[in-house]
Design a protein around this ligand. Structure first.
Ligand code: MN
Length: 288
């Protein structure tokens, strides 16, 4: 694999603000940190939620997420470590494990379960919710399991390792691409002393989440378990990150939909009426 020399942006975005996640639990009592909460849905449009989970205590994750519905958006689960079995109402089943991604488009509706397939050891990863544009909220559901080996990776001349889950970075295309929201999802590992740059369209909302070490964006240090929202400076065409210590982070960006967001738990639509429809469809067995 030939090392890539990343293109330097003319101007890097900076950190607009940092966010500390909120410890919570979901499903049947899975402990997690909600990093992107409802309050940030407008600012980080088209992203609706980011949960970070990570524990070596099985009591924190073992019960998993039994059968539950979704409608109106996509869920992207990235498993750094651990094994999770998913089953859905369309009869699909898959195993998500170390370094793999499940990309699930709920569309008009799925009912699925996400249950750990391990009794001990570390389970660590992320679940990101990506909104669907209004005209696609009721499409047929779809999903893809992407094994770790299928995720494109590249190495930079500075020794930075980048996994391209979605979008395009320094000419390397990711495992998934999406029209309209154009998501970029990178997992970046910077060795101590390295810098890294990638282009970001000026229209996109973007953020980083550091899960090991710390990174610098301009003069701002973003520490471990912190989200840094990247500003939308009109002249900034990318971002440059630096690390004084070994660091790992995810970088996520997408094109805002600028549509009304109405969320009720696992349903995300554009109007209250559509939410009522989703609840009625679920209760009467018509959702999936
Ligand atoms: Mn789910």
């Amino acid at each position: 694999m030939k090392a890539i020399n990343p293109t330097l942006p003319r101007q890097s975005r900076g950190i607009e603000r940092q966010v500390t996640g909120i410890a919570t639990s979901d499903g049947a009592g899975v402990k997690l940190t909600r990093v992107l909460t409802g309050k940030l849905q407008q600012r980080l449009d088209p992203f609706l939620m980011l949960d970070a989970f990570g524990s070596d205590d099985p009591d924190d994750y073992i019960a998993g997420f039994p059968d539950h519905p979704h409608r109106g958006f996509e869920t992207i689960t990235y498993m750094l470590a651990g094994r999770m079995r998913h089953r859905d109402s369309a009869g699909n089943e898959g195993l998500l494990e170390n370094g793999g991604v499940q990309w699930m488009t709920a569309g008009r509706g799925v009912i699925h379960s996400e249950i750990p397939e391990q009794e001990d050891g570390v389970m660590e990863g992320f679940q990101l919710w990506l909104n669907l544009p209004s005209q696609r909220k009721m499409i047929e559901p779809w999903y893809r399991d992407i094994a770790s080996a299928e995720i494109p990776e590249y190495l930079t001349t500075d020794g930075v390792a980048v996994r391209v889950i979605a979008g395009d970075s320094n000419g390397v295309g990711g495992a998934v691409s999406r029209e309209l929201t154009e998501p970029l999802y990178l997992d970046i590992h910077l060795p101590a002393g390295a810098t890294f740059s990638t282009a970001l369209p000026v229209t996109h909302n973007a953020f980083i989440y550091v899960y090991r070490g710390a990174v610098n964006v301009g003069d701002t240090k973003v520490g471990v378990q912190r989200m840094g929202i990247l500003n939308n400076a009109p002249d900034a065409d990318g971002v440059t990150l630096g690390a004084e210590e070994d660091a790992r982070l995810i970088l996520i960006a997408g094109k805002p939909l600028n549509e009304d967001i109405v969320q009720y738990g696992p349903f995300v639509m554009n109007t209250q009426e559509q939410i009522h429809d989703a609840i009625n469809d679920f209760r009467s067995g018509r959702l999936a």
